[in-house]
Design a protein around this ligand. Structure first.
Ligand SMILES: Cc1ncc(COP(=O)(O)O)c(C=O)c1O
Length: 431
């Protein structure tokens, strides 16, 4: 049988779905290249993992807490388990220890990565054709891709120097209302956003929460990179400032623990009133949807993450401290190498610039020429350096002259050598 792509779901033709596959494919094509492309955690931490021990730590805890024999506790690993998760109490405790959230484990759904948390949350909140989701642009492709899968319309709000163009968001809310629709939620990463590295200051966080209350929208907070803040410089997350259950927190263990476990979570403590007058949490609705998506998050993976938390006093921040030191070092090395190899004046082609984030995994660079896949191919084949074109991080086709450099996956020598090569390449190709 043969059919055209037009007969398949429209999202399959959307370039955003190909972004991650494309990067994997380029990395496979140039295995020797120095890659500033992946936002993956550094492999040095592999040595810290002892998966069997983490599982045993969790099982000992679960047996005691649930009053089970060791054998019976082991069954937790073999069975499907509840769709809302197994380690919800540990996730809630970590969020309390690290951010003072004080949320109930019932408000937590343990998901297959933050990616599933995004998908479930968008599915639950948005009625197709009526509700829109706003995203701060440039924006992580995981949320735009999930929205496309679900036929949910997005509206882009630009970043500004202090974070978000709230006037633009207000205009979008009004335009939606005038059209009989509504902006249901804003997806925002307040700490070292991917790909821009932007941090919202405290005043902007508060303004955003006030705005959300006035315009009656929810904030979908993604805090994947908050742990990379320099010691003592972290700001309270939106959920920590939220007094009105306006914020759904979308979390991941991929960057602090290990992405291969595929464990993330949603904190959804909003009350949902049903037609029969009963009340549920939004988390209950997400868990109901999850039954029809992945059924449950692998209990084996949850036990690994639960054990890692338990071995670190229950705190994700404690687990992330060493990792944060490495990423701070790598980011500093990347910025210093850019300054050294592309000094202002004759050494730097006109129109080449980059930002200076204080944390996160990424530096965003602007070129005087299109930073597209053809340029990436040329850079990879001739100079052995990979990076990520940024056009797919924009909804409106802008960003074609931007690229993202990730510092997370590389060693210091590779960062220095990779930037030296990139600088030579840019001096050759930029007018
Ligand atoms: C902004 C953002 N959120 C979440 C994630 C992680 O998602 P997951 O837990 O599905 O690996 C990433 C990974 O690249 C990310 O950049």
């Amino acid at each position: 049988m043969r059919f055209t792509r037009d007969e398949l779901h429209g999202s399959l033709a959307d370039p955003v779905l190909g972004t991650i596959g494309f990067l994997n494919e380029v990395m496979a094509r140039y295995p020797e290249a120095i890659s500033f492309a992946p936002g993956a955690p550094h492999l040095t931490h592999l040595g810290d993992f002892d998966l069997a021990r983490h599982v045993e730590s969790y099982l000992a805890y679960a047996a005691e807490r649930r009053g089970l024999s060791p054998d019976r506790a082991r069954h937790l690993l073999y069975e499907y388990g509840p769709s809302r998760g197994l380690i919800n109490d540990l996730v809630a405790r970590a969020l309390d220890l690290d951010q003072g959230l004080g949320i109930s484990p019932d408000a937590v759904v343990v998901t297959v990565g933050a990616q599933e948390a995004m998908l479930l949350t968008l599915r639950a909140l948005c009625r197709p054709g009526r509700d829109l989701v706003a995203v701060v642009q440039p924006c992580f492709v995981g949320i735009t891709g999930a929205a496309r899968l679900l036929d949910i319309d997005l509206v882009a709000v630009d970043e500004t120097a202090d974070g978000i163009d709230l006037d633009g968001l207000r205009t979008a809310c009004r335009a939606a209302r005038a059209d009989g629709r509504r902006v249901r939620a804003l997806y925002v990463a307040p700490d070292f956003a991917n790909p821009s590295g932007t941090v919202l200051d405290l005043a902007t966080r508060r303004r955003l929460l006030d705005f959300a209350a006035r315009e009656d929208l929810l904030l979908l907070e993604d805090n994947a990179y908050g742990f990379t803040a320099a010691p003592g410089s972290g700001l309270p997350g939106l959920k920590a400032l939220d007094e009105d259950a306006r914020v759904v927190l979308l979390g991941t263990f991929a960057k602090v623990c290990l992405p291969g476990a595929r464990v993330g979570f949603a904190v959804a403590d909003q009350t949902v009133c049903t037609a029969d007058g009963s009340r549920r949490l939004l988390a209950d609705e997400l868990a109901a949807l999850k039954n029809m998506v992945t059924v449950n998050t692998s209990p084996i993976s949850q036990a690994v993450i639960g054990g890692m938390l338990l071995e670190n006093g229950g705190s994700l921040a404690a687990l992330g401290r060493d990792r944060a030191t490495l990423y701070q070092r790598n980011l500093g090395l990347l910025l210093a190498a850019l300054d050294r190899h592309l000094p202002p004046g004759a050494g730097r082609p006109a129109g080449v610039s980059w930002n200076r984030p204080a944390g996160g995994f990424f530096v965003r660079m602007r070129l005087p020429i299109p930073a597209d896949t053809a340029l990436l191919d040329e850079c990879a084949s001739r100079y052995g350096v990979l990076w990520t074109p940024m056009d797919q991080f924009y909804l409106d086709g802008s960003g074609a002259d931007e690229l993202r450099l990730s510092c997370s996956y590389l060693d210091p020598e590779q960062i220095g050598e990779g930037v030296a090569r990139l600088a030579r390449f840019l001096r050759e190709v930029c007018p």
